[in-house]
Design a protein around this ligand. Structure first.
Ligand SMILES: [Zn+2]
Length: 217
């Protein structure tokens, strides 16, 4: 059994979820099980997981930290969570900076890693505390905020390159027409080919309609 700090990273947007665990392997499986069931405590993480798909998330261990023999369980928890996890939240997710970078880059909800809650509750309980309030605040405030709109604009202005045809386009088009769905992808599934044909037919039909309306011009 190994303890330490881990991260889940969205390889498209570079957003991250950072956490600490006494048993890394177990915690990883807990996260994945929650995400697959659409029940993850982090609304942001869940939403992104649903949108991008599991294969766009990369799991890695940032640091192994093991309990010293002379250390009490409580001291170890403080070192693991309040010291090490906080270090990574601050350095990789800008948690200590008084700006919106943390909200942009982090799937974590809290800027502070807190081991006190962990001593009273299990990790799962800790995760669920305040979840519904946070979700509704996220919905009401963040979605309406200028920062959120700017973020969406920023995401659509970023160009990504298709791994097959090398064309550059925004994320929406990339996901729809390229990478797995690219016409040059030799492993493209019949389903995506069917979808593409459907879309092309739709476009043809709408063009035909436009023509018939505009026949006078
Ligand atoms: Zn392509």
């Amino acid at each position: 059994m190994e303890s330490g700090i881990y991260q889940f990273r969205n390889i498209i947007t570079d957003q991250k979820y950072i956490g600490s665990a006494f048993i890394l392997t177990k915690r990883k499986e807990e996260h994945l099980a929650c995400l697959r069931k659409n029940k993850h405590h982090s609304y942001k993480f869940q939403q992104s997981f649903n949108e991008f798909g599991e294969d766009k998330f990369e799991y890695s261990i940032l640091q192994y930290i093991n309990k010293l023999e002379i250390e009490s369980k409580k001291d170890f928890r403080l070192r693991l969570v309040n010291d090490r996890e906080q270090f990574y939240l601050d350095t990789l997710l800008f948690a200590s900076e008084n700006n919106s970078k943390f909200d942009d880059f982090a799937y974590n909800i809290n800027r502070k890693a807190d081991s006190n809650l962990g001593s009273l509750f299990t990790q799962e309980h800790k995760d669920r505390i305040g979840q519904s309030q946070r979700e509704s605040i996220y919905n009401q405030k963040v979605r309406k905020s200028k920062a959120f709109r700017d973020k969406i604009r920023k995401i659509t202005s970023i160009k990504y390159q298709c791994i097959h045809c090398k064309i550059k386009c925004d994320l929406r088009n990339l996901r729809r027409w390229h990478n797995d769905n690219c016409h040059l992808n030799p492993n493209r599934t019949q389903l995506s080919i069917d979808n593409e044909l459907k879309s092309i037919n739709k476009m043809k039909n709408s063009k035909a309609n436009t023509k018939s309306i505009n026949y006078e011009t």
